[in-house]
Structures are given as C-alpha cells and as structure tokens.
Design a protein around this ligand. Structure first.
Ligand code: PLP
Length: 406
C-alpha cells in the first residue's frame, strides 16, 4: 500500500491566521456597526510602481509577436535581471557579487523553504524564537525536526530565544548547529541587526563549518546608514552564507511574484559548490519566473522605479512611525518599526498575546497578530503592521490611545 510522507503528517495544521479570521468574523457578526481596521497581515497594499507596470505591459506585447516571443526561459533567471540585481543591490554598495551568483525565483518563501533540499537530513537546524514559520515547517517536512513536544517545540530543532532583555537578537547556541536561519530586519519583531552582531555569526559559521541562511526580505526598510543590508557586507560571509531577497515587500510584488537568492561561488563544503548544487536543483525542479514579471522586476532598478519604491517604503515607514508614537502615547512599550514595516509591542502586565488580541478587537476594532503565534518567546508580545493606508493607521491609533491612555 502506498505510504505517505510521514514528515508531512507530523506537521500540525497552521491555525494562526484561521483563528484570527474566525474571531474577527464572529466579532463582526455580533457588532455589525463596528468598523474593523486590519493591522495584522504582512501583505502590502500600495500598487505596483508605474515603471514596473509599463515594463510588464511592454514585455506582454513582445510575447504577442513572433519576432520577440519567448518560450522556456533560463531557470535561474534572465541575464538582464540577474545583472541588474548584482549591479544595483550589491556592486553599487561595494559588495563583490556577480550575476551568476544570483538565482531568480518566485519568492523568498519558496527559496527559504526549498534550500534545505541541498543539505543532509542529519544537519542540526537553529531558528530564532519567535520565528517566520516557514523555516521550521519546511524542516519538519524534510525530516530534520524530530518530534513535536507540547510546550517545547520540535525535539531536534535548536530554538534561539529572542527576548526583550537581549534586544530580540539571538545568541550563539550552546550546542553545535549546522543550518542557522537568521532574518533581519526581523519578522515578527521588526528589529534590525548591527554589523558587529552579524560578524559574530559569520565567525561562528566559519569556525564550525555551518551555514547562515540569511533572510533579508525587509532590507529595503533599513533607515540606519550603518546597518547592513546584506550579510555579504561582512567579511568572510561569502564562505558561509546564503542570502534571500524579495521584491514582495520592496516593490509590492506579493501578487506578482519575484525574488532571488544569492549563493556565492566561494561557498563550498567538502569540496562541493552550493552554487552548482542549487543550480542543479532549480533547473530540475523549477521553471523559473515568467519573462513579463522579470522585465517588471528589472524596472524596479530604473531611475523612475527606484524613486517610486522609495516613496512606497517611506509611506509604510511613516505608518510604522504613527503606530509607534500612538502606542507609546497609549502607554505601551514598543520595539521595531524603525527599519521594518512591523511594530512589536509588549502586552500589558499579565495579559497574554491572545487576550490582548481580543481586547484590541473589542475596544478598538483593530486586528493585529498575537506574538505567541510565532513561537513560545512571542508570548506577551503583539505585532502590528504598517501595511494599511495612512488614514486607517491614524484612525486605529487614535482609537488605541483613547482606549488605553491614562
Ligand atoms: N521572509 C520573510 C521573513 C517574510 O516575512 C516573508 C513574507 O511575509 C517572506 C520571506 C516571503 O517572501 P515572498 O513573498 O518573496 O515569498
């Protein structure tokens, strides 16, 4: 009889956003007059930059003419996009990354989720707690996570607590770890990392022959000129790190789909090139991203595209500022939101993340995300996002101030 993949069966269903929706729907039924403002989800709301739309329209027209039509494209991405990425995101910052180290894909979720394919199943995985759940769940699917122990998490995964007292930054684990997932600016806490703090991880990985899987999906939100946008700004990182980037939050591509991973050619373990291994994996399992979308992504790097992206990011960062300032006025302790679209607030003394969710919904009609949904160390915290309009964000915060201040 057919056997299914038991690793998949082990994985509990993800209820976080289902539970949130159920609660919101029940509340709306009971209070049809109450306006609901959603500051919960991590999806962008600003439209695509005009430069991107124009480039995609022109590319769609090319696909309709025999002379310019294109069929299957290169799985790792067209040279025009790989070169634009290498030049603008890396070389312009003095980072020596070339086009053949860039692999274009449909998402940082796909890449962070699939990268484990090229690593042995016996590697020890370390993740931050709280964490973007994809890193954990895909390692469960791969059979690297062990068994789920209620209240403790997966038996073979090493959780690195990110707490208020350590500035929500992970500390080097006591036991040796092989695959280390880091994400900065962080989802969900919204905090960024300094060069000095990142250097410690690079030193550790080089010493222990581990790999850093660095998710920089939110780098475009960094406002501090000294904060690293890329792990490859750190010396030695090309020998021990892979970086994941995305056009999703930068340029509004959540529905359009385009991202990329950076796998340096210097990255070798036991004489095996990870760049070649990933190329082999991608060309076997993935069809690449459509020509039209890649032309759109290329336009992100045009002068007009860059300007529009900067404006969109500034819009979200201004919302984050409104959230931070409103929350402070209402008496909350607040983190994140300065280099990130996410604001991480501490729930009032003795109030759990879910209790606070109910409180905020009932008192203000505002929907956020309970920190405990991202891991045990998220308990007592709550995430609000800046992906709404300025008007709605202001309205939500005015309600929060009225309900909680004083
Ligand atoms: N990485 C992090 C940390 C995220 O928060 C998200 C989306 O919320 C992603 C990756 C997914 O990016 P993409 O839309 O490129 O799949």
């Amino acid at each position: 009889m057919l056997k299914v993949n038991e690793n998949f069966v082990k994985l509990p269903a993800s209820y976080l956003f289902v539970d949130i929706n159920n609660k919101v729907n029940a509340f709306m039924k009971e209070h049809p007059e109450q306006e609901i403002i959603r500051l919960g989800i991590g999806d962008v709301t600003r439209p695509l930059p005009k430069a991107v739309v124009e480039a995609m329209c022109a590319a769609a027209k090319e696909m309709g003419e025999a002379e310019t039509f294109r069929g299957y494209g290169p799985e790792a991405g067209y040279a025009f996009l790989r070169e634009a990425i290498a030049k603008n995101d890396f070389q312009a910052r003095g980072i020596d990354i070339s086009a053949d180290e860039i692999f274009v894909s449909d998402g940082a979720k796909s890449d962070t989720g699939s990268i484990g394919d090229i690593f042995g199943v016996d590697n020890v995985v370390a993740v931050c707690d709280p964490v973007y759940p994809v890193y954990v769940d895909t390692n469960v699917m791969a059979g690297r996570a062990g068994d789920y122990v209620e209240g403790k998490g997966w038996s073979k995964i090493v959780y690195m607590p990110c707490k208020e007292e350590n500035g929500f930054l992970p500390e080097i684990p006591q036991q040796p770890v092989d695959m280390i997932y880091l994400c900065f600016p962080n989802n969900p806490s919204g905090v960024g990392i300094t060069k000095e703090a990142l250097e410690k991880w690079v030193d550790y990985a080089l010493e222990n022959q581990s790999i850093l899987l660095y998710d920089a999906a939110y780098e475009a939100f960094i406002t501090d000129p000294d904060m690293p946008h890329s792990i490859f700004e750190i010396e030695g990182a090309k020998k021990c790190a892979i970086e994941f980037r995305s056009f999703s939050k930068t340029a509004g591509f959540t529905g359009t789909r385009c991202a990329f991973s950076v796998i340096p050619k210097e990255l070798e373990y036991d004489g095996v090139s990870l760049n070649k291994l990933w190329d082999r994996r991608q060309s076997t399992k993935m069809n690449g991203v459509s020509y039209v979308v890649q032309r759109g992504a290329e336009a992100v790097y045009s002068e007009e595209g860059k300007k529009e992206v900067r404006e969109n990011i500034a819009y979200y960062l201004n919302n984050a500022k409104i959230i931070r300032e409103g929350l402070k006025k209402a008496g909350f302790t607040v983190y994140g939101g300065e280099h990130s679209p996410y604001v991480w607030l501490k729930t009032p003394q003795g109030v759990s993340s879910w209790e606070f969710f109910d409180m905020l919904l009932e008192k203000c009609g505002v929907v956020g995300t309970p920190g405990s949904g991202f891991g045990a160390n998220g308990e007592g915290f709550f995430r609000l996002t800046s992906f709404n309009t300025k008007e709605n964000t202001e309205k939500a915060l005015a309600k929060i101030v009225a309900a909680f201040a004083g």
